[in-house]
Design a protein around this ligand. Structure first.
Ligand SMILES: Cc1cc2nc3c(=O)[nH]c(=O)nc-3n(C[C@H](O)[C@H](O)[C@H](O)COP(=O)(O)O)c2cc1C
Length: 340
């Protein structure tokens, strides 16, 4: 594998190299998920339910992948997900993730559980950043972070609201990688969204929405965007996949706010499928971890190149000139084996 140049590697190569190189505990943590891992496995499988409708008679040869989000133009509709424990992979993994994302010009969501300060995440980088709070860290700390994010020119702030119960790796609740203390679940309320709205002038994003009712509550409380996510299968075993929850969230609030999605994105084709079903953009967690674990910042930048190359291929082969215009007309539900 390693004798292949990085430019020819795919995500599976990066995953394999990360697995060999990263500390065993880091691999287990990133490849782990709650209990039987049914949600973790269902997330990527859900994308396989959709096939593309190939179309070759058209003029599309170099599709435009860019989108607008929070007033920023992004070259690709993929975003680095907030991950509090990149530093398990390597001492400087957080800096490398920031550098690699920056090299791709992509947006990055920064977790309050991560080790670097917001100032360090910003550094001299120009990639648009979004601060993602955990309300269990207490309002004073969240307030300080949110205001710092605003001062540093972050594009938005947000709250991760689905850790009502703590994440699990198999049957264990791992210790916090930030302070080494046992993790606890915590309930955030719609009032926290209202509180965040009056705290800063930035758009407020709510992460961890898995249904229409919660989406409406979040938007009625002031959310400027929602992220459909089951936390990569780390909290509730036998949850629906994020992709399955996406259409009802788009129906409920998609006309009012951008709907983003994460959990299970493993290719540029998956990004196109999520967008065809109404997502404005996607977040990617574990693929970024594979990239940084395999080749540091270069590996992270390669993850974005892979996504872009794969998106280009799908959009050319389905005749879509601009990713942001993709509709579900390019998708066919795979009913193979279900017809009698
Ligand atoms: C090791 C690990 C740590 C994570 N830490 C956070 C975090 O601190 N805050 C947060 O909002 N989400 C966190 N997440 C969830 C990700 O933001 C994202 O929802 C998930 O990784 C998406 O699924 P994917 O890994 O299949 O792309 C974490 C995920 C992993 C795998």
């Amino acid at each position: 594998m390693a004798d292949k140049p990085l430019e020819q590697m795919g995500l599976r190569d990066l995953r394999g190299i990360m697995r060999q190189q990263a500390p065993v505990e880091a691999w287990k943590h990133f490849n782990g998920a709650a209990e039987t891992k049914s949600t973790f496995h269902r997330n990527p499988r859900a994308f396989q339910q959709y096939l593309f409708r190939q179309k070759i008679f058209h003029d599309v040869s170099e599709p435009d992948l860019s989108i607008e989000l929070f007033g920023k133009t992004l070259p690709i509709p993929a975003i680095t997900a907030p991950v509090g424990s990149f530093s398990l992979i390597a001492e400087h993994a957080e800096e490398e993730v920031a550098d690699g994302t920056d090299r791709a010009g992509a947006m990055m969501l920064v977790s309050q559980a991560s080790h670097l300060s917001l100032r360090e995440w910003r550094g001299t980088r120009s990639a648009p950043l979004v601060f993602m709070a955990y309300m269990n860290r207490g309002k004073p700390e969240v307030e300080e972070y949110a205001k710092t994010a605003e001062d540093l020119g972050f594009a938005a702030v947000g709250i991760t609201m689905d850790t009502v119960k703590p994440v699990k790796i198999g049957d264990e609740v791992p210790l916090s990688t930030k302070d080494g203390k046992p993790r606890k679940g915590h309930k955030s309320t719609p009032k926290d969204i209202e509180w965040m709205k009056q705290l800063v002038k930035l758009p407020v994003v709510v992460k961890g929405i898995m249904g229409a009712d919660d989406a409406r509550v979040a938007v009625d409380s002031g959310a400027d965007a929602v992220i459909v996510s089951n936390h990569g299968g780390r909290i509730l075993d036998f949850n629906r996949s994020a992709l399955e929850a996406l259409p009802e969230v788009v129906d409920a609030v998609g006309a009012k706010v951008p709907v983003l999605l994460d959990s299970g994105i493993r290719s540029g084709g998956d990004i196109v499928k999520a967008m065809a079903l109404g997502a404005k953009a996607v977040l990617t967690g574990r693929p970024v971890a594979w990239g940084v674990g395999a080749f540091g910042a270069r590996g992270v930048a390669r993850v974005y190149d892979i996504f872009a190359e794969e998106m280009q291929r799908v959009l050319v082969m389905t005749g879509v000139a601009r990713a942001r215009d993709v509709t579900k007309n390019i998708l066919i539900r795979d009913d193979w084996g279900r017809k009698s």
